[in-house]
Unconditional design. Structure first.
Length: 374
């Protein structure tokens, strides 16, 4: 949103009408950081898994407006389940059966089955839905639509049982329809995959002999030309042995480092005499209310021995006032009074804050209010 429009303006080119700013890609649950040492580099991923596998993972595992996460283990499992087992297996089985039962020639449809319309409707409906998901920048949802066709095609094989149809003459007429429909469904998958996994789409098209891959050709089911010859079935994505690959990655990049959170730098050293100047006390919350006209401040009345202290604290977005009644909190008692929103604050309640999260020090429930911290 800064550099790209500047470059376009310098070149006298049209500015973008819409910009998609995606969230973070996390390493597990942590942001990647060179100082922590948990960065995963794209070149390393491509070397071990291939360009399209990395493309698929990043596009699919970054849901719209949400952070995505990546680890080697999750990537390998997704690779095996979605790419090797589901998509790769569908293409491999289909091309192998066309070679086995029809000498590599895609047959013209014969007898129909009870499942043909369900398969063709899925192909057409999902290809139409992708336009809507891409128009709203929901890339992950678009891939899900493609995989609905992949899953429906695999189910179609289980429903029609080609290996049984091949045993009889009547069954072979039905088998022609099954093989044609599977090749046609894969054509839909190939066409829709082109913007996402271009190398994979090209490899599938080469194996199935598909030459009509325009989006316009997906309007009607049946554009595959009977008589087209398929090539030899070659695995598009070979399964990865999880344990072996993790061991290989560990040897190359070292064991996964335990990520440590980034914290504020430590302050300059102080003497014990400096510390002793602070009067840190335990105060029991008797009253806690929001300060009128303030979105941040809570007004506390803390019981501290025989007296009551009023303290204002900017923690309203972290705590509800009613949840703090009766709690023992730590506060600095010898800060000079300070006016805020027309009210006097006599002290400062202690808390810990990191990465947008704040927690009060309230673990001293079994000690008398007014006790000092030493």
């Amino acid at each position: 949103t800064i550099y790209w429009p500047i470059i376009l303006m310098a070149l006298g080119l049209e500015l973008p009408k819409q910009v998609f700013g995606h969230p973070w890609l996390l390493n597990g649950e942590d942001k990647m950081s060179k100082s922590i040492g948990n960065v995963i580099y794209a070149d390393d991923l491509v070397k071990h898994f291939g360009v399209d596998a990395v493309r698929y993972y990043l596009l699919h595992e970054m849901p719209y407006a949400q952070d995505g996460t990546i680890t080697y283990e999750i990537l390998i499992n997704r690779y095996n389940s979605d790419l090797a087992n589901t998509l790769g297996n569908l293409v491999n089985r289909t091309v192998s059966m066309v070679n086995k039962y029809f000498e590599g020639i895609i047959p013209a449809p014969g007898n129909s089955t009870d499942f043909d319309s369900s398969l063709s409707n899925t192909c057409i409906e999902c290809s139409e839905k992708i336009v809507k998901t891409m128009d709203t920048l929901r890339v992950s949802d678009s891939l899900d639509q493609i995989w609905k066709i992949v899953d429906r095609s695999n189910k179609y094989i289980d429903e029609t049982t080609p290996w049984i149809l091949a045993k009889t003459d009547e069954g072979k007429e039905t088998l022609k329809t099954v093989m044609y429909n599977l090749i046609e469904a894969i054509r839909y998958i190939t066409s829709l995959l082109q913007p996402f996994l271009p190398d994979t789409a090209s490899a599938i098209a080469k194996q199935t002999g598909a030459d009509e891959l325009s989006y316009a050709s997906l309007k009607n089911f049946g554009a595959t030309k009977p008589g087209t010859k398929v090539s030899e079935a070659t695995p598009i994505f070979a399964r990865i042995d999880l344990d072996k690959k993790l061991e290989e990655l560990t040897e190359e990049f070292g064991a996964e480092q335990e990520t440590q959170p980034e914290i504020e730098p430590f302050k300059e050293p102080v003497t014990f005499d400096d510390f002793e100047k602070l009067d840190i006390r335990v105060g029991k919350v008797k009253v806690c209310k929001k300060v009128p006209k303030s979105s941040k401040l809570l007004r506390f009345e803390l019981e501290c021995g025989g007296e009551t202290r009023q303290i204002l604290s900017g923690i309203a977005k972290y705590y509800k006032p009613e949840d703090l009644i009766g709690k023992n909190l730590l506060f600095i008692a010898n800060f000079p009074p300070r006016k805020m929103m027309g009210l006097e604050s006599n002290g400062m309640i202690l808390s810990a804050e990191h990465d947008g999260k704040l927690v009060l020090t309230s673990t001293l429930d079994d000690i008398q209010s007014g006790a000092s911290i030493v």
